[in-house]
Design a binder for this molecule. Structure first.
Ligand code: DC
Length: 215
C-alpha cells in the first residue's frame, strides 16, 4: 500500500513521512529529491531551466536512482548537493515542464513497484497524480509564518532571517501551486491535517491510525 503525503515546503512533510515509514516498516520516498536531482543535472550541464526539450534529452542519458544514503545521479550520491541554494532556486522552473514531470513520475512509480508497491511517498502531487488510487492520502498544511519559522531552523537556512525564508517559501508555493502541470493541491479525498498546533509525534500518530482504518 502507498501512503501519499503531500503539502507545501516547511510543513514538516519529510520528518513526519520518515517517522511514519519507520513506524509502519515501510520504504520511504522523498519525490522532491527526484526533481532536485534532475535540476542538479541541468545546472551542472549548463542547460537552460526553461528548455524542456534539452532537459528531456539530458534525462534520457542520465540515471536517477536511490540507495540507502538517498538520491543518486548517474550513480553518484548527491543527497547533499541537491539541497544547495542554487538547486532550490531553480527546481520549481524545472519541475513545471509537463513532459519532464512525466519522465520523473515514471522513475518514482518504478521505485515504488520495486518495493512491492508498499511505501510512504512524500511530495506535491502524490495523491492527485502519481498514486491517485491509493486509499491513504494525507495533505499537510500550516500557515506561511509557522512554515517559515520551521524552515529558518533547518540547517540549510542557517543564518537567514525569517522574513527572507518566508518570502522564498511563498515564491516557491506560488510557482508550485499555479503551474499548469500537476499543481500543488489536496486530492478531493485527502485527509487534511493542519500541523500548526500539533507536535510531530501527534501528526505521525494521526497518520498511522488513519492508515490503519482506511488502508
Ligand atoms: O520537497 P522539496 O522542497 O524537496 O521539493 C522541491 C521542489 O520539487 C518543489 O518546489 C516542487 C517540486 N516537486 C514537485 O513538483 N512534485 C513533487 N511531487 C515533489 C516536489
Amino acid at each position: 500500500m502507498v501512503i501519499a503525503i503531500d503539502g507545501p515546503s516547511g510543513v514538516g512533510k519529510s520528518t513526519v513521512s520518515r517517522l511514519v515509514a519507520e513506524r509502519m516498516s515501510l520504504a520511504y520516498l522523498d519525490t522532491g529529491s527526484t526533481y532536485r536531482a534532475a535540476t542538479l543535472a541541468v545546472l551542472r550541464r549548463g542547460v537552460a531551466t526553461t528548455d524542456e526539450e534539452a532537459i528531456l534529452d539530458l534525462l534520457a542519458d542520465t540515471s536517477i536512482d536511490y540507495d540507502e544514503r538517498g538520491v543518486l545521479l548517474g550513480g553518484e550520491s548527491v543527497a547533499f548537493d541537491v539541497r544547495s541554494d542554487a538547486v532550490t532556486r531553480a527546481v520549481s522552473t524545472v519541475s513545471a515542464h509537463p513532459r519532464v514531470r512525466a519522465e520523473i513520475v515514471e522513475i518514482q512509480r518504478r521505485w515504488v513497484a520495486a518495493h512491492d508497491g508498499d511505501a510512504v511517498v512524500e511530495g506535491r502531487d502524490i495523491g492527485t497524480v502519481v498514486f491517485p488510487h491509493t486509499p491513504v492520502k494525507i495533505y499537510l498544511t500550516a500557515s506561511p509564518m509557522v512554515r517559515a519559522l520551521r524552515r529558518a531552523g533547518d540547517s540549510e537556512a542557517q543564518g537567514e532571517d525569517v522574513e527572507s525564508v518566508a518570502r522564498k517559501l511563498e515564491a516557491r508555493d506560488h510557482a508550485d501551486s499555479t503551474r499548469t502541470a500537476s499543481p500543488l493541491r489536496p486530492a478531493s479525498d485527502a485527509k487534511i491535517i493542519d500541523t500548526g498546533d500539533l507536535t510531530i509525534d501527534e501528526v505521525v500518530e494521526m497518520i498511522v491510525s488513519y492508515a490503519a482504518t482506511t488502508g
